[in-house]
Design a binder for this molecule. Structure first.
Ligand SMILES: NC(=O)c1ccc[n+]([C@@H]2O[C@H](COP(=O)([O-])OP(=O)(O)OC[C@H]3O[C@@H](n4cnc5c(N)ncnc54)[C@H](OP(=O)(O)O)[C@@H]3O)[C@@H](O)[C@H]2O)c1
Length: 295
């Protein structure tokens, strides 16, 4: 298929590489041009705007970190809706508030462009390995058009309902992920304060009911000496709880707060209580502010 990809960031780049590797005809654009260079080398066409990507593509995938950036790429002066020849469907793999998704979907429908939300879970490593979980919302015919592109980087595509449903599922997924990260940081900090070695504690916990994909990925990243979003944020939380740094901090707390804020809001407007996520929002906001104070 002729597929476009816009937003070659931390997770977008490996997803786009998988699309190219699956044999699709790929056109890319990234605001910071240098990030597109490896794609030219690998055989993709590098366009000079989002509109130019749209003109060459039946399906355009996006992965952008903010709602304002997403709106720019879709509706800005060189955005997708400025293309003369329209793509049939735009697939958004960013994690966004479902209301942002629904509103953008209405505006694209007025331009005769289909819209699908397809946020992902599994991180850059999952994207490289083609094992991302994809949570999909949208009309059946639009999702059918998106599926060949999604299959390039996913081991499971879950179509959960109309537009916005994928985002709600991803936010539910994040509620569990962020709670698990906080619990792991608290356990590791407590063990450390008592004098236990985390390299012994984590596998011990993993052999019982505290095991999780998050625990395994944190242990793997630590052992490999890799600085990932997961190791960076759990280490940062441990530092906050202990009062001293204990392992390299990192990760994007701003992106995490975007997701938690949306999760708490969706729960509130839907009439559900989300006391754990509300508490986590306070914890991660404290971490964010502590990091800002240190800078
Ligand atoms: N990283 C992960 O592990 C992960 C996992 C699952 C889901 N996600 C979600 O995926 C999305 C992207 O995350 P990321 O970690 O890949 O972020 P990132 O590395 O910061 O990449 C963001 C991308 O958006 C582009 N962008 C931002 N504003 C723009 C604008 N106004 N016009 C054009 N392009 C713009 C950036 O272009 P520049 O290169 O020019 O800055 C970059 O390509 C987020 O919604 C995040 O929640 C991330």
């Amino acid at each position: 298929m002729r597929i476009g990809y816009i937003g070659l960031g931390e997770i977008g780049a490996p997803m786009a590489m998988r699309v190219l590797g699956a044999g699709h005809e790929l056109t890319v654009w990234n605001r910071t041009n240098a990030k597109a260079a490896p794609f030219r080398d690998a055989g993709a066409v590098v366009a000079d705007s989002a509109a130019a990507v749209a003109e060459r593509s039946e399906v355009v995938l996006l992965c952008i970190d903010t709602a304002a950036g997403l709106e720019d790429v879709l509706l800005g002066s060189t955005g997708i809706t400025q293309s003369v020849k329209r793509p049939r469907v735009v697939v958004d793999s960013s994690t966004m508030h479902p209301e942002v998704t629904r509103s953008l979907g209405h505006r694209l429908a007025a331009e005769d462009i289909g819209f699908v939300d397809a946020p992902v879970s599994g991180g850059p490593r999952g994207a490289e390995q083609g094992t991302l979980a994809v949570f999909v919302g949208g009309q059946d015919d639009h999702v059918a058009l998106a599926r060949p592109a999604l299959e390039a980087f996913s081991s499971r595509i879950s179509h959960l309902g109309p537009l916005g449903s994928g985002q709600v599922a991803k936010l539910c997924n994040q509620m569990v992920n962020f709670a698990t990260m906080a619990a792991l940081a608290e356990a590791a900090a407590t063990g450390r304060a008592f004098g236990l070695d985390a390299d012994a504690l984590l596998p011990a916990m993993g052999s019982g009911l505290a095991d999780s994909a998050m625990l395994r990925e944190y242990s793997r990243g630590r052992s490999a000496g890799e600085s990932t979003n997961i190791t960076g944020i759990i280490n940062a939380l441990r530092g906050l709880l202990l009062g001293y740094e204990d392992g390299p901090a990192g990760g994007r707390v701003d992106i995490l707060l975007k997701d938690l804020g949306a999760a708490v809001d969706v729960a509130r407007v839907s009439g559900s209580a989300a006391p754990v996520s509300g508490m986590l929002e306070g914890l991660y906001r404290t971490l964010h502010n502590a990091q800002a104070t240190q800078r």
